[in-house]
Structures are given as C-alpha cells and as structure tokens.
Design a binder for this molecule. Structure first.
Ligand code: B3K
Ligand code: ZN
Length: 876
C-alpha cells in the first residue's frame, strides 16, 4: 500500500453544490467495449452556500472519457482536470447541459460493481458507488434525478433490454441491432439505476393495488430456470398486499421487474422498478431448493419490494444513514415473514443470527454504531450491525411506542419525506412527533457501538409481598468509544408463579415492558405472594446480553412453562450454554467429561409435548451453536467447544434414542412437498431427530439416512441426509453419495454450491485438502461470489476446527485467497477476511499466527480500499 486511503467523516457532510434535474443515458453495448453517452441537465443547488464555478464529478479511473461538452461547447483538455476520483470542470454557469461520451469495458469487470456481464447477461450494480464506474456523475444519494435510458445492442444476443420505469420507444438499428428507451418518472439517486440486457425469459403476473392501479409483474431468468420462479412471484404478490395492509403503502409504477443473475456480490438489489437478484435469492423448486432457501426467497423478495418505500421513495441523505433504509426494511421484512409463517420461529432464527454474527462484530475491530461517524470504504458497512442491529433498534421503537403509534410515526415519516433524501434523525423525529414519546435518550442506540450488558438481581419480601428487580446496564468500550452513556432499553418481562402460571402485572397484562433509563434501576411489584421466577427479555425486546443467576432448575421450569415461546427456547439455550461451558472448562482442566440426565429429561418433556409447534421443538432440541459458544467465551477454545458439543449430542442421542426414532417416524410423511410453515416444521424436527440418531454412530441409522437421501422428493431432506452422512465417521458412504449427488445435480449451479458447502463445512480431518482440491474442480470459479461463499467462506466460518487448525494452515489458506481476490473482487475479498479479524478472541498461539497472516495481506502490495480498511483496523 503506497498511499493511505482517505477517511470520510459524517461531520464533513455538505449539501451538493450542483443538482441534476434530468439524466439522459444512451448505452451502446458492443462485444469489446460499451459506449455510454450522458446528457445531464444541471443547475446550481439553491441550498448550497458554495459559490464555486468548479463542477466536481465522480468517475472511476477505469472510465475512458471520449468527449465532454458544456452547453454543446466541446471542452478541451485545459477546461477540465481528470484525477483518481473523477473529473473537475472549471467555469460552469449556474445552469447548463453537460454531455459526455465514455467508454467502459463490462467484460473485464470482475468487481461486479457498475456494468458487468454475468454469464452473458449485462447487468448493473450501482449501490453504493457503482454508478461512477459507468459514467461521470454526481454519484451521491442526495442528488436525485429523472432518468431516461436508451439501450442499444445486438438483437439476437440481447433480445431483452431493460431499465427502470416504463418502456416508451423502441426500434431497429443497423447490423442486426435494436434499441429501446425507458423512462422512470420518479426522481432517484444514481445508486438505484439499473440496466439489464440479455437472452432472458420471463414469467408474468398482474397485481391490482388497493387504489386500483394495475401493475405488470415480471420475473426474468435464463430459460432453464423458468420453472423455478413461481415461488418468488407469489412472495412478491404477498409482500405487495402486506405493505398495503400493514403500512398503507402501494406500488407506484406500471411495471415491477425482477431479474435473476448468477454473478452477484450480495443477495439482491432494490433498483427502482427493476430489482436485480442473485439466483440464490429468487429461484426455488422443491427438488433443488431447501426450506431455508424457500424462506430466503420469500424474505429477500419482500425486502427488496419494501425498499420501494423505505429506501427509494424516501432515501438516504448520505451513506452514513444506510441503516435508515436497511434497518427499517429488515424490520419490515422480518414482520412480513413472521406474519406469513411462525412468528416465534422467525424471531428465534433472527435472534440466533444476531447474537452470533452481530454481537461478534460489535466485539471486534470493525465495531461501529448503526450511524457510523466515519468510513474508508462504504461497501464495508453493509454489515450485520447496520442491517440486523438496525432492525432491532426499529423494533425497540415499535415496542416503546406500541403498534398504533408506530404506524402513525411511519405514516408521518413517509408523508413528510416522500421524494427526499433524509437521515436517521428524521426517522426518529417522525416517530417522536407522531407519538408524543421522547426518544432523546434512545438516540444513543444510533451513535454508540457495542452490545450493552444487563446484570439483573432480584429480591422477594414475603412480609411486604413485594418483588424487586434491580437492573444495571453497561456497555464495553469499542474502537474510538471508551465511555458509553446509558441506553433507554425496553425490557419485556413476565413473572411466573410456582405452578408455571403468569402473574398479572401492574399494567393488567402478563407481559410488561420495563423502560430502563439509568445505569442502575430497581423495579418493584406489589401484591406478590411467593417468590416468582422471572421471565426476562421476552421476545428479545432489546439487543443486549443479559445475566441473571438462573439455576438449572429455573431454566427447565421456564422451558416447559413460560407462556412466551421465544423465552422457552431461550431457557433451553441458556441451559445448554451453562452445561456446555462447564464441560469446556472441564476439558481445559483435563477432566473426563460427564453429563447427568437433566438436559435429556428436559428435552424429553419437550419431545413428548404434542401441543408444541414442531419447528419450535426442533429449535429447542438444537444445542447452542459452536459459533454462539465462541461468541460467549472469554478465550475461544475451538477444539474444546467442538468436543464438548459433540459429547453432549452423543449423550443425548443415547439417552433419547427411542424418542428420536419414534418422532422421526411420526414426522415422516408421503404428502407432496410444500413450503408451508407446518411442513417445514415437520421436516425440521425430523431432520433434527435424524442428526441425533446419526450421533449414536450406529449402522442402522446410516441406513436410515441413506434411504432418506435416495428417496427424498425434496432438497431439504436429501441435503440434510447428505451432510449428516458426509460429516459422520462413515467416510466411504459419504464419498459415494457425494459423487451421486454431484452427478445428479451437475446442471444446477445452486445445488452444486450446496455440494461444495457440505464438503467445506465437514468437521472431519482433512477438510482443507478437500477444499483445495475443489478449488480446481470444474464446479468452482473464483470469479463467481456464490462459489467463493459456498467453498471458501463456508470453510472459514462453518468449519471452526479445521479453519483454526493449530498448524495455521487454515489461516494461510484464507490469506492467500484474500490476496488473490483483492484485485479481482475487493468486496468479496474484504468480506472473506472477517474470521481472521477476530484474532484477539483466541489464545496467544493462535493470535500470533492469525495476526501474521493479516500482516501478510497488508504487505502483499496494492490493496483495495475495502481490504485495506478491514485489515488495517484489525491490526490496529
Ligand atoms: N441495498 C442492497 C445492498 C447493496 C450492497 C452494495 N454493496 C440490498 C439490500 O439491502 O436490499
Ligand atoms: Zn436492503
């Protein structure tokens, strides 16, 4: 790294000096290059105090400027300056027409930002700053313009030409070419621009909005994938209806399009009227897609649709405000999925993810508030914190205000700011204004990083019949923030009597939200006749860590009696954590592992309870993950965590073998596949049972898994069996079915990706060699992010024992991949490096070898801003 990249600060924000009222683009797509002709109607921003006559445009260094004119006067080299960031044009008037012709090379674009080719299809990704790789522009979200886009291309190779808005004209051109013009009437920032050109097929449907507007719904994909689009279409229709019913928000164009592409850096992108999706988030069929995959399609389709209001109609003023649209939209999609399926299951899944990945981020070198104060590369801030913690913060506002006032707040926010680029402050203000509730102290959630810790103690006085909960809060230091102010925290609680019944609380209900404001506060409950068992943080009402001295008996009691489904699961997790942590400690002291019957007995009660949702039973029976146990550990002992968890699984498998087997049978069904919540629940419990049966190590259960593998009519069951066998000691059997699986699905890239992932996450010895071999396999391609995620990222994050091998081989491997990907695709490279950045959490031996690999990346030559930021902050 020769030059330190510039740090951008929120405090330096200034309104744009110039605005672009109208953007007219013409793309001429040719095999060796693409010409981009831009006509920008620009004027001075009346809100800017800056009187400069210099126009500063962003433009990537890969752009080749062929021609530039101001008001049809062609500029020569002395009228403008080209630099690393773009272009500075001197002496511009207050209002003018800027025209440029730029040459770009989509075929050489491996970063997948801007205009690039995915398997022969041209497509764009402009958020956050990809538009500047297409043409010179004011590439910032507070510059909103009306776009008119003409695309010209070879008609045979690119029969479908799409952009935002509505098609308004089309025609034929010379040499077998054709063109089409699209107009988007809604002013938008450049990051929402999209273009697609390719040989695509589509499925189509129609939607009528509440107010009677007809909308054509089109989902485009490669011909071979046309049979996998129905679920996405249904999800889109459900999302459109839900947003009308729950938020009163309608769609606002005549056409809504989704395009599936195979090369994509993330899940999907909400471009106005033309979403571009990773195939993994749109294609779904029972044979090729797991239940998890179906749920992802439903959630992501809805998420991108909801952005039409929370993101597009009301957008971000600057990229520091990213959580304004992402946190809110994740909250919206989570509520949608909760309404479509099981609310409790959805909550459990989201909390499990938050507590492993986001809490770990909050405790690491990249910790940042949901409203960050600075960044080097904004792409690094599409994080669990911005998205998931951001959603939790919106959820807390919902909890504090109640559903009705929250809806008033969101109505006010959308109405007040429609068509504007705004800040998280504007969002909070609208919520305050509509509800009359002060969120002054609550704003710390936006500015402070780190996960708050609550320590709770209680006391019961039988004479005065009062029960007291004393809650203290603190928040650990994070980079750049040593001291934190107390947060305003909603803590939903219930109190259980000795029969397991809910006590009626002062609010007249059985759940009450306590509002914690101070570093320490005591809450009193009168008229209590016996010491209750508290059910704390029901529904995970705040993204915090909570300590309360529960006994194991308390936890088994809550597991069977808490009226809050989430808290029952939480009690099981806490019990699992408690047991596993003490076993990890025993291993550390060289003790032989022992486990009584308590956990198994508690699991048996749950298994025997026929009234429970099967999905929840499966969740309760699933021990805390190795990732979660790692997050909780002071010093992560990867091997001990793995060994202890395996030990408990095996112990439970032996203790409850009969129950697991009979539940497996009860959950076996011959009904045709359906992605309904009930069927998903049944499969999930069945596969949980199979995993315990396999943990007994008995041959008969290998046979059972193999029968399931061969007879399954859906990917969920077949993949579950595959990974259980491959990850077991039955090595030969695993090899055989891996091969069969590959041969069967060789033409389905998304299934092949799962095949890669199953092997990469194999905890058996030798996984790294296997991964290295697979990198040479025909199924692998380093330029395709889905392949990189399935193989390399799966190995580094889902295979802790192998990745953290004490010889350092896993760390060396990752560093090599990051160095290679740094020049090919910086965004993917910088995501990939995450596991190494957590080096401080391991013992000194590991710290040393991990840090050396980070240093090796640092010293490897010219680093992208993306990788530089993450690696330098990790080494600091
Ligand atoms: N807004 C996009 C993410 C863009 C990421 C750019 N590096 C997808 C989403 O959150 O909906
Ligand atoms: Zn989003």
């Amino acid at each position: 790294m020769t030059q330190q990249p510039e740090v951008i600060y929120l405090k330096d924000y200034k309104v744009p000096v110039f605005l672009i009222d109208h953007t007219e683009l013409r793309f001429e797509l040719k095999p060796d290059k693409t010409l981009v002709k831009a006509r920008l109607k620009m004027r001075r921003n009346p809100e800017s105090q800056d009187v400069t006559r210099e126009l500063v445009l962003q433009g990537d260094k890969s752009l080749l400027l062929c021609r530039i004119s101001v008001d049809e006067h062609v500029l020569n080299e002395s009228d403008f300056q080209r630099n690393e960031q773009g272009l500075v044009v001197s002496g511009v008037p207050d209002q003018f027409l800027l025209e440029t012709v730029t040459e770009i090379h989509p075929d050489q674009n491996t970063a997948l930002e801007g205009l690039y080719r995915s398997d022969g299809v041209y497509c764009t990704q402009c958020e956050a700053e990809g538009f500047r790789r297409i043409t010179f522009y004011l590439d910032r979200p507070d510059v909103m313009s009306v776009f008119s886009t003409t695309i010209e291309a070879d008609k045979d190779a690119y029969p479908v030409l799409l952009s935002n808005g509505n098609p308004v004209a089309e025609g034929e051109a010379d040499e077998g070419r054709h063109w089409i013009t699209w107009e988007d009437p809604h002013p938008k920032p450049a990051y929402l621009f999209a273009l697609v050109a390719g040989d695509l097929k589509l499925i189509e449907d129609q939607y009528q909005t509440l107010s009677g507007r007809d909308v054509a719904l089109r989902i485009y994909a490669a011909d071979k994938d046309l049979d996998k689009l129905d679920y996405a279409m249904q999800s889109l229709i459900n999302a459109m209806r839900w947003d009308e019913q729950v938020y009163g928000r309608e769609y606002d164009l005549d056409i809504y399009m989704i395009v599936a592409v195979d090369f994509f850096n993330m899940g999907a992108m909400e471009n106005k009227g033309l979403n571009v999706f990773n195939t993994s988030c749109v294609l779904a069929s029972p044979e090729t897609t797991t239940d998890l995959g179906f749920q992802r399609v439903e959630g992501v389709v809805a998420h991108e649709y909801f952005h039409n209001w929370s993101g597009n109609r009301v957008t971000c003023r600057d990229w520091f405000q990213l959580s304004l649209k992402e946190g809110f939209t994740v909250f919206r999609d989570a509520e949608f999925s909760a309404d479509m399926n099981s609310r409790t299951v959805k909550r459990v899944e989201d909390v499990a993810l938050l507590r492993t990945a986001q809490f770990a981020e909050d405790a690491g070198p990249m910790a940042h508030p949901i409203l960050p104060a600075s960044f080097i590369e904004i792409s690094n801030f599409y994080t669990m914190t911005i998205y998931e913690k951001g959603a939790e913060v919106v959820r807390m506002i919902h909890t504090l205000l109640g559903a009705d006032a929250f809806r008033k707040g969101s109505d006010l926010y959308f109405d007040r700011h429609d068509g504007q680029a705004v800040t998280t402050e504007d969002f909070v203000k609208a919520m305050e204004d509509a509800s009359g509730k002060s969120l002054v102290q609550f704003r710390h959630w936006y500015n402070q990083a780190g996960t708050p810790v609550l320590n709770i103690t209680d006391a019961f006085d039988s004479e005065t019949k009062t029960y007291k909960l004393t809650i203290s809060q603190s928040c650990p230091a994070t980079p750049g923030q040593e001291v934190k102010q107390p947060y305003h925290i909603p803590i939903a609680i219930g109190l259980l009597d000795s029969q397991g019944g809910d006590l009626v609380l002062p609010n007249g209900e059985t759940t009450q939200v306590l509002e914690l404001h101070h570093a320490e506060q005591t809450f009193e409950f009168g008229g209590i006749h016996e010491k209750p068992v508290p059910s704390l943080l029901r529904g995970f009402s705040a993204p915090v860590k909570l300590n309360y001295p529960y006994s194991r008996d308390n936890l088994t009691f809550l597991m069977s009696h808490d009226s809050d489904g989430f808290s029952r699961w939480e009690a099981a997790q806490k019990l699992g954590v408690d047991i596993l942590q003490s076993l990890v400690a025993d291993l550390g002291q060289g003790k032989e592992l022992q486990l009584g019957l308590l956990l198994g007995d508690a699991f048996k009660v749950v298994l025997d309870n026929k009234d429970l949702d099967k999905a929840m039973v499966a969740k309760v029976l699933t021990l805390p993950s190795e990732a979660y146990l790692s997050e909780l550990a002071d010093v992560i002992d990867v091997d001990a965590i793995h060994e202890a968890r395996q030990f408990v699984r095996q112990h439970l498998a032996n203790q409850l073998e009969t129950e697991f087997y009979s539940t497996y049978k009860v959950c076996t069904s011959t009904d045709a596949y359906s992605p309904s919540a009930d069927s998903i629940a049944r499969r999930s419990l069945r596969n949980t049972c199979l995993s315990y049966l396999m943990a007994t190590g008995k041959q008969e259960y290998l046979e059972l898994a193999l029968v399931q593998f061969h007879e399954a009519d859906n990917m969920t069951d077949s993949q579950a069996a595959l990974s259980l066998v491959v990850h077991s000691n039955f090595v030969k059997a695993g090899e055989v079915i891996l091969d069969q699986f590959y041969q069967r699905w060789i033409d389905q890239p998304l299934v092949v990706n799962q095949w890669l992932s199953v092997q990469a996450s194999n905890p058996q010895r030798g996984a790294l060699v296997q991964v290295e071999n697979l990198m040479k396999h025909e199924a692998f391609n380093l330029q395709n992010p889905n392949k990189v995620r399935s193989l390399i990222a799966s190995f580094c994050s889902l295979n802790p024992v192998n990745f953290h091998a004490i010889d350092g081989s896993g760390y060396r491997f990752l560093a090599e991949q990051v160095i290679t990907l740094n020049s090919l695709n910086p965004q993917i490279a910088s995501r990939l490096v995450t596991p190494l950045t957590r080096w401080k959490r391991y013992n000194l031996d590991r710290q040393d070898i991990m840090r050396k690999q980070l240093q090796r990346i640092m010293d490897s030559g010219e680093l992208s801003r993306d990788v530089f930021e993450v690696v330098s902050k990790s080494l600091a």
